[in-house]
Design a protein around this ligand. Sequence first.
Ligand code: SF4
Length: 88
Amino acid sequence: MTTVESARNSRRRFLKISVSSALGSVALAACSTLGLPKISKAQAAYEDRSTRREHCAGCIHFVAPHGCTVVAGDISPRGVCRYFSAKA
Ligand code: SF4
């Protein structure tokens, strides 16, 4: 594979991931706006103490001090789940 082909594949992969993340965020925002039930912590793979760079406090879904528009229950600002979406 040439360098140009590799760069195209990387860009294509990046765009696919970006679009699917954006669609996921829109779907989650729509769910919360429509008043649909929240997802359980288990379904969201929520961790009370993130070991990653991402934390609930930096997520667009976080509602201070201990809430979330997507995941049900008490949410720690230092937690994280699979629906993390960074604030812009
Ligand atoms: S990371 Fe998950 S639990 Fe934390 S605020 Fe975002 S969506 Fe809610």
